[in-house]
Design a protein around this ligand. Structure first.
Ligand SMILES: Nc1ncnc2c1ncn2[C@@H]1O[C@@H]2COP(=O)(O)O[C@H]2[C@H]1O
Length: 641
């Protein structure tokens, strides 16, 4: 594409160059045609993303390409217009003007490269330079063509006479035109004054384009510089701001020097401090992958994490915060409250005495420290305070891990926690800061606490069960009370209808029959209900059992509840049998009444008839009652079976 953009114009405008190198141009032309054809074939087979899914289906790909504007451009640009050479002659490259339709592909290709390159700013500047170069080249070609049209050397503005040996060579022709064009586009403006209208028009157009070119150069370069500064600001803390702050607060020269050194170290060694902030925009899984690939080598050097599962490391790696300490700087001081632990990525640190000189130990890459004060080790006399001073020997690169994050991670990985605690305990023992008796006491206290918690839980369970039983007992009592009241009512009704006055007439007996019938029916119904309730209770118990499967001893308690419920139901049944006895008593009374009728002196012959009627009715009534009772007994029996 670049070749087309460059060569087409040079061949057309610089006719001598075009003709002298004709075989070269023709070879290049047909080679580039072949490449365009290959490009079309590749485009036809290149998959595309549809809603994030890569489409590779050839029919869809073909349909998409053949219906696109790009296909139209590609097709027109490849039309074999070269056959027109036979008509206009081989020295007229204008017949291939359609090849210029490929030029938009150049910008497409450059844009695509820009998104992929690791150096976007360098690429942007290079792209800008290419565009400017092509523009100056085209303008140089047009200037030479216009000079040729006006006449070489006819005035000061046009290209000098090419018959002069100084200006005859092709190289000189091209270089002069390019220089002339570059002067216009860079707005240097040191060009000969135009004298003809065509020349003025050419210059006006060129100067207008030049303004745009210049503006775009300034704008693009400015953008690149700004984005470089932005990148620095994102990667590193803003030094300028800090400097201004330090100046305004009259900070001592020595401290300012230390801060400057620290900034220099960050920049020189490319220590990126705000990586968590930068990566924040990415989805979590990508962040994890990046963090794992960047920091895993350091973490896997740390002894406690060497045998850890990958998932633990992945969790940890996201929570690490990089920190850089300068030479002689204290990372922590003895007696301070500990809020984080540190893992050494690079550099050396010393465990020093309070004088800051005596070194107890030197820690290097892969070591960690600061865990004792944040782990709550039992028996640790210093509690949550730092047990030692840690001083950076040179510049040191550390990862800090906050107490909360460490506790979070370790709660899921007890083996790592034990390992850390063990190491901390060893140091404490060495320093004589571990109170072993206190440790044992703490363990005991923990055990007792756990026991109390267990007992509290058991007590709560028992209380729940007791409340349930009480409720059941109360409901059974209510039912029994209701039943007793019902039966008392029945007895009272029956007693009021017993013949106190010898008027055992039809009316009384009829009512008695009705009442007795209702009573029996009610009894049966009530018994049915009672049994239904008992069954329901049984079901409830069953449900209760299912719900409590995890609780110890529930089986037994449920069983006892069931027994009690059965006992309650049995009690009800026992009570229910009472009315039957009562009814039997009533029957007996009726029998006596019947017999009373037969007693002498109770009536004359005239009365015998109706009495017989009464007697037979009474007999019927009794028979029916017995039948009802037998039926109900039989039903009871069946039910109980
Ligand atoms: N003798 C030692 N050797 C190695 N590390 C130590 C020694 N004494 C203290 N430390 C570490 O220094 C840290 C200081 O803060 P911490 O007490 O939280 O945890 C301490 C240990 O991790």
């Amino acid at each position: 594409m670049l070749r087309t953009a460059g060569c087409y114009f040079i061949r057309t405008c610089f006719t001598s160059i075009g003709l002298n190198y004709l075989p070269v141009w023709l070879t290049l032309d047909y080679l580039s045609d072949l490449m365009y054809a290959a490009d079309m074939a590749i485009t036809l087979h290149t998959g595309f993303l549809d809603q994030g899914i890569l489409i590779k289906d050839l029919t869809r790909l073909r349909k998409r390409y053949l219906h696109s504007k790009r296909f139209l451009f590609d097709l027109v640009s490849l039309l074999p217009t070269d056959f027109l050479y036979f008509a206009v002659g081989i020295e007229t490259p204008l017949v291939r003007v359609n090849r210029l339709l490929h030029i938009p592909r150049l910008s497409e290709a450059l844009d695509r490269m820009e998104t992929r390159t690791s150096y976007p700013n360098t690429f942007r500047i290079t792209k800008l330079m290419i565009y400017i170069f092509v523009l100056i080249h085209w303008n140089a070609c047009l200037y030479f063509a216009l000079s040729s049209y006006i006449g070489f050397g006819s005035d000061h503005w046009v290209y000098p006479n090419i018959t002069e040996p100084r200006f005859a060579s092709m190289r000189r022709q091209y270089l002069y035109c390019f220089w002339f064009s570059a002067q216009i586009f860079t707005t240097v403006g040191d060009t000969p004054l135009p004298s003809r209208e065509e020349e003025y028009l050419f210059m006006i157009a060129d100067l207008l384009i030049a303004v745009l070119v210049f503006a775009s150069i300034v704008g693009n370069v400015g953008n690149v510089i700004t984005s470089l500064r932005d990148r620095d600001n994102v990667f590193f803390p803003n030094h300028e701001l800090v400097k201004a702050y330090l100046r305004s607060h009259h900070i001592s020269k020595e401290l300012r020097q230390r801060i400057d050194n620290w900034y220099q170290h960050l920049h020189i060694n490319k220590k990126i401090m705000r990586e968590n902030e930068i990566l924040q925009q990415l989805p979590l899984h990508m962040r994890t992958d990046i963090a794992v690939s960047v920091h895993l080598p350091t973490l896997s050097k740390v002894t406690i994490f060497q045998n850890c599962e990958k998932s633990l490391l992945e969790e940890l790696v996201l929570k690490l915060t990089p920190q850089v300490f300068s030479p002689g700087e204290y990372v922590c001081r003895k007696g301070d409250v500990g809020h984080e632990m540190y893992i050494i990525k690079e550099g050396k640190l010393a465990v020093v005495a309070d004088d800051g000189v005596t070194e107890y130990a030197v820690l290097g890459a892969g070591n960690f420290f600061g865990e004792i004060s944040i782990l709550n080790i039992k028996g640790n006399k210093s509690g949550n305070r730092r047990t030692a001073n840690i001083k950076s020997i040179g510049h040191s690169d550390l990862f800090s891990l906050s107490k909360e994050d460490l506790t979070d991670v370790l709660s899921e990985f007890p083996a790592a926690k034990r390992h850390l605690e063990e190491k901390g305990r060893q140091i404490l023992v060495k320093m004589g800061m571990l109170e072993e008796r206190a440790e044992v006491e703490e363990v005991e206290a923990e055990k007792i606490e756990a026991k109390i918690k267990r007992l509290e839980r058991t007590l709560e369970d028992l209380q729940t069960k007791l409340a349930r039983l009480m409720m059941e007992l109360e409901s059974s009592n209510k039912k029994m009370q209701a039943r007793v009241e019902q039966l008392e009512l029945q007895v009272a009704l029956l007693e009021t209808h017993l013949p106190h006055d010898g008027q055992g007439g039809e009316e009384a007996m009829g009512r008695e029959e009705g009442v007795g019938g209702e009573a029996d029916w009610e009894r049966e119904e009530a018994e049915g209900e009672e049994e239904g309730d008992a069954e329901e209770n049984g079901e409830k118990e069953g449900a209760g059992d299912d719900g409590d499967v995890t609780k110890e001893g529930d089986g037994e308690s449920t069983k006892s509840t069931k027994d009690e419920t059965e006992r309650v139901v049995e009690g009800n049944k026992f009570d229910l049998k009472e009315p039957d006895n009562l009814i039997d008593n009533i029957h007996d009374k009726e029998k006596i009444l019947g017999k009373g009728d037969e007693r002498p002196g109770k009536g004359d012959g005239a009365e015998t008839e109706p009495r017989d009627d009464n007697q037979s009715r009474d007999g019927e009534l009794l028979g029916r009652r017995r039948k009802t009772k037998e039926d109900s007994d039989g039903k009871d029996k069946k039910d109980s079976d």
